[in-house]
Design a binder for this molecule. Structure first.
Ligand code: NAD
Length: 363
């Protein structure tokens, strides 16, 4: 019999309706973009015991939220995972060695090695008796054969199989999703799996080689204005299409997915369903910056799949919600933050991006 979804019942459970404010929440990858925003979100919700973990040294974290226990540890080590999850009621595992296309096409070994983090984190969480475990998967888990046309059909959850994921990064995500599914079915650990589609916003990577298109293009527009050389180089021919989810929608979605018991061990899209070409994205950023640049296209640069969009039928059905921040609004916030970071760096003030490790080959 079909049980009524949370959306049908008109209720949406979240951490605030499920946990006590002094329950321990652990967030990994918290020196990075999304998990940093998630830590701040829980702090703003009044949670008093937050543990944030990342392998980067603390000065390189994008956000250090007041009152949070910040641990700098490498979670590919099983002992570090045991330490990270001790006493936790919920674990949000977002740590991964990742970046935009420029990174994941070049550093497949690093991407694959995130399986160490995910293997040890889920086992440690299970042993520690954690109640709920969240895993950040990716749209890169989807079959690439379905993404060869810019005028793409949006990807629905069943499109991951038969599997032909993005080489390296996508296969690792699929494998780690399977861990989540089996830890639930064999061992009863409640796991939750969101397949994020491109996320953008302030406090994320904007240079150094790991940045994704919205941040990279914003930086290029800022650089062009600063140098007076009003030109921009775009990777690929600009016809590639994507959808972009604002960070505030992402963290809210993570919270709702984690507390929806219709979604245990069930991968779900978390992304915007608003498709845009890279050329139109550049126009939007130019508009925000009040500038028009001469465009050049680098056809040899990494460009990823031709088109990718999120089919939100399932999330609308189960949560009655989908990410809906207008792209222009989110981009304006992002652009303003990157512009400030750029100015700070130029003035010699410390910025997190200035201390982050850009390339795995550097260490
Ligand atoms: P990010 O690179 O900003 O954050 C990831 C963090 O994990 C980094 O700070 C990194 O230092 C940390 N990390 C890497 N290896 C570690 C280790 N061994 N031990 C401890 N920490 C380690 O990336 P993000 O954009 O915030 O992504 C967060 C999660 O969401 C990742 O799992 C990523 O694959 C997933 N995701 C992101 C997007 C996106 O558009 N940003 C899209 C799909 C999926």
């Amino acid at each position: 019999m079909h049980s009524r979804s949370q959306a049908e019942e008109g209720v949406r459970s979240t951490a605030a309706t499920t946990l006590d404010k002094d329950d321990l929440i652990v967030i990994t990858g918290a020196g990075g973009f999304i998990a940093g925003a998630l830590t701040r979100y829980f702090h703003e919700q009044g949670f008093k015991r937050l543990r944030a973990v990342d392998k980067k040294p603390l000065p390189a974290w994008y956000q250090r939220v007041p009152g949070v226990e910040n641990l700098s540890m490498d979670l590919s080590d099983p002992e570090a995972c045991t330490r990270a999850v001790a006493g936790a009621r919920e674990v949000y595992n977002l740590a991964a060695d990742m970046g935009g296309m420029g990174f994941i096409e070049r550093f497949r070994i690093e991407c694959l090695r995130s399986v160490l983090i995910n293997t040890h984190m889920i086992e440690a969480a299970y042993r520690a008796g954690v109640e709920r475990f969240f895993f950040s998967s990716s749209a890169c888990a989807y079959n690439v054969e379905l993404q060869k046309d810019p005028d793409v059909r949006a990807l629905k959850e069943s499109d991951a199989y038969p599997a032909m994921a993005e080489r390296g990064y996508g296969w690792e995500k699929l494998m780690s999703e399977m861990f989540c599914e089996e830890y639930w079915s064999e061992r009863g650990l409640k796991t939750y799996i969101a397949r994020f589609h491109n996320v953008y916003g302030p406090y994320g990577t904007w240079d150094g080689g790991r940045e994704k298109a919205p941040a990279a293009l914003s930086r290029k527009v800022i650089e062009a204005q600063d140098s007076g050389d009003l030109e921009i180089t775009i990777w690929g021919d600009g016809t590639q299409t994507r959808s972009f989810m604002y960070i505030d929608d992402c963290v809210l979605g993570v919270d709702m997915i984690m507390h929806c018991d219709d979604l245990i061990a069930t991968p779900i899209n978390l992304g915007s369903s608003d498709l845009i070409s890279i050329n139109d994205l550049v126009s939007l950023i130019e508009d925000i910056a009040s500038v028009v640049l001469t465009r050049h296209y680098d056809l040899d640069a990494p460009r990823g799949v031709a088109g990718r969009n999120s089919d939100n039928t399932f999330i609308l059905d189960v949560l009655g919600w989908e990410p809906d921040t207008p792209l222009r609004q989110g981009l304006a916030q992002t652009y303003a933050w990157i512009e400030q970071q750029y100015a700070d760096r130029k003035a010699g003030r410390p910025t997190p991006a200035g201390t982050a490790t850009a390339s795995p080959l550097a260490h």
